[in-house]
Design a protein around this ligand. Structure first.
Ligand code: GTP
Ligand code: MG
Length: 181
């Protein structure tokens, strides 16, 4: 049988979110397997070759930059990053202009799976899950959520794996709920 993984040429993951939540650090941490103390404003697009990804599909990771709205249209999955210690960045998940645009584009583009990413988990003792649960419940586009830390490398590879999986094996109700197992 033809699997989604056979048909997908590659996966494009886009990271968006408020300034300073750690988008660039997450990408650089994944690449170098250590926390970069200094990061540029924006990471270069990186491509992970098929044979080192769990799903064997070339995967591109793109750091969102201010006004390049076209990046949204090219993405297969969007990671909306907030910082677990920054309530403002959580509130902004659905109200920042970039994310607002994602929602506005929904009817026009293939409905993208979204992943909520709570970064900087090293800075707090508590979980942000309770705060984001109402958002999760309200928006079925959200495939999953994950708390992670670019600093201590917690859940970094998992995060990118979830993103890849959301494209290749979508489970959300957007995709034919009757076929859901
Ligand atoms: P902009 O490009 O300005 O939108 O920011 P960004 O979202 O790319 O964040 P960036 O990676 O530049 O990180 C912002 C600050 O947060 C930097 O000082 C990072 O060192 C710090 N930071 C990023 N990730 C973590 C983390 O997991 N834990 C902690 N403690 N600090 C982090
Ligand atoms: Mg950045």
């Amino acid at each position: 049988p033809l699997r989604a993984a056979d048909m997908k040429k590659d996966v494009r993951i886009l990271l968006v979110g408020e300034p300073r939540v750690g988008k660039t650090s997450l990408i650089m941490s994944l690449v170098s397997e250590e926390f970069p103390e200094e990061v540029p404003p924006r990471a270069e697009e990186i491509t992970i070759p098929a044979d080192v990804t769990p799903e064997r599909v070339p995967t591109h990771i793109v750091d969102y930059s201010g006004n390049e709205y076209s990046l949204v249209g090219e993405a297969n999955v969007i990671c909306i990053v907030y910082a677990v210690n920054n309530k403002h960045s959580i509130d902004k998940v659905w109200t920042s202009s970039a994310n607002f645009l994602i929602i506005a584009m929904y009817p026009f583009y293939f409905r993208l799976p979204l992943i909520l990413v709570g970064n900087k988990s090293d800075l707090v003792e508590y979980s942000s899950m309770e705060t984001i649960l109402p958002i999760m419940n309200q928006y079925t586009e959200i495939e999953t959520c994950v708390e992670c830390s670019a600093k201590n490398l917690k859940n970094i590879s998992e995060l990118f794996y979830y993103a890849q999986k959301a494209v290749l094996h979508p489970t959300g109700p957007l995709y034919c709920p009757e076929e859901k197992e």
